[in-house]
Design a protein around this ligand. Sequence first.
Ligand code: GLC
Length: 437
Amino acid sequence: MKPKENLYHNSLIEEAHSILRLNDRGGYTVPTERLYPYQWNWDSAICAMGWHHFDEARAWNEIRMLLKGQWANGMLPHIIFHQDSPDYFPNADVWNVPKKCFLDKVEHPQTSGISQPPVLATCVRKLQEAGKESAINSSELKQICMKILKWHRWFWSARDPENTGLVSILHPWESGMDNSPAWDKSLVRVPPTLNSSYKRQDTSLIDSSQRPLQKEYDRYLYLVEKLREKEYDSNKISQDFPFRVIDIGLNSILQRSNLDLLALMDQFGMISECHELKKRIELARDAFAELWDPKHEHFYNRDEISGELIRVSTSACFLPLFGQLANDDQVLRMVSTLEKWAEQQFLLVPSTSPFDTNYEPQRYWRGPIWPHVNWMISEGLKEYGHNELSKKIRMQTLELISKLGFHEYYHPLGESGFGGDSFSWTAAVYLILCKTG
Ligand code: GLC
């Protein structure tokens, strides 16, 4: 690793700026060239925070562009296809979202038909707190908050119709952690697509040892076909839909965003909206107790079809720290698990526990470290007063980036970076972490 003083090197800060500029497509940022040629939901929220360090106006544009993809029912899709990129698979034609889903039936960008972890409200609050008053006027900010609340309401109604406090995902892509081993057992119920002629583009750009397997992709595609058949309408998607999971990562991020949205709306005196948010925050807080496994002293995801906890330890299982959802004892247990991993020379935080049989240090979400997840975990630890561990995660992330470059994900032994390079949210996280110190 490089010596510490190089971590905040001006040339690296400059490089981070250039990456965001390079990936700018006129108001929105693609995650990286070719591999991901559109606007992705949680990537963009994180990128906006990166932009904010050197161009506040551009940061707010990122958010405006993202919200252009919002559906009439409030859903904010995981991909906004602002322009066509025919090589990408699955593109807008594959999702084939019916016109009636869009708010403006005439002028709207094409989108995917599922959502992604809703970190946007948290990012908007960070922008507002750190920004100049002139960067956005309060009536627009209020409108942005209302749009985000509409999105969160969609999660509560479409993905938690029984009002349990926990929302489900219907596709691994919705977790943002596509091929996490946490989904393996649930994916067994999903048959492969019958479409044998589709062509994945990712493995022609990135070594297949760093990407999801074909058998997983075939199932991802089957789920898209099923959702498309039902026109993405939660009333038509039956209870026997083959993939239904409580993703602890997404639920933690949603809780954190609800707290941040509450703080923003409180400033505007939006009393009934604040009341609604508080109720939901309480409900989720109670429901989270069910995701804690006292025997293993660990939070887990839950399969909604079997009703069982999914006892696979992943980085998402530490996101309740970010959502402020853990009690003191649970926080101590999580800290001690992370410290154990670190004692064994693993950099923090591998996306899958290095002691899990499914751990693969270079395959996407099955082991590598992802900088934006580190940012969320380190934020959570700081808020619980675990400053040392929080700082360690920040420093290790900066070291990885400064030593290996702006990759999509990294080997937990710090040997190499993988996936796409000149990666936008890695650049954004570098800027955020440099500032945090
Ligand atoms: C992959 C990641 C997802 C991310 C997207 C664009 O699909 O799993 O989290 O949003 O790439 O970077």
